[in-house]
Design a protein around this ligand. Sequence first.
Ligand code: GDP
Length: 195
Amino acid sequence: MQIKSVNLETVCGITSTLPENDKPEIAFAGKSNVGKSSLINGLMNRKAYARTSAQPGKTQTINFYNINEMLYYVDLPGYGYAKVSEELKAKWGKMIEKYLRTTKQLKIIFLLLDIRHEPSANDKLMYDWIVHQGYEPVIIATKLDKINRSQKDKQIKLLRTGLGAKKETKILPFSALTKQGREEIWDCIEEALGF
Ligand code: GDP
């Protein structure tokens, strides 16, 4: 798909009412610093639309990007590192859960995990919420360029086992640096949207 226009249309904080969009939504979830903004920018063909930073803990909002007046990218708040389930459940968790519970347009949800690391308790919690709400997440294993090619299969297995994901669950490796994996992600989006 050719990206012609990108418009950050809605930003929702903890108390905001979520928009009732009339176009399909594609959501992105993952821990802070996992490479979510880099992926979203990569899928927009933009260098810095979604804000990237080396520092975790950016504003906790749900951002709706209107793409080509045709669909929305939904950037879900990145969850924290060390602080475990309690805080996640209390704040960002509530927002994400509310979104998953109320959206009528979500066609596909990507859960991002760093290909180098075993999933954390929060990653697992996130995965379970998504499944619990009746969605089948597609996992994106980010920062592919940071490992040797020979380690790829082993790392993907580690992610699958760590999440307790079904064997049909798609895990797509991606590098924002080399753009490797971009086409497979687009194929997945197009399939979900019925293009
Ligand atoms: P976010 O917090 O999940 O939105 O993560 P960002 O997209 O801001 O990325 C966090 C850091 O990881 C930044 O320094 C990025 O440049 C870096 N990063 C993200 N994706 C990749 C990748 O695929 N390869 C490499 N080498 N670095 C990446």
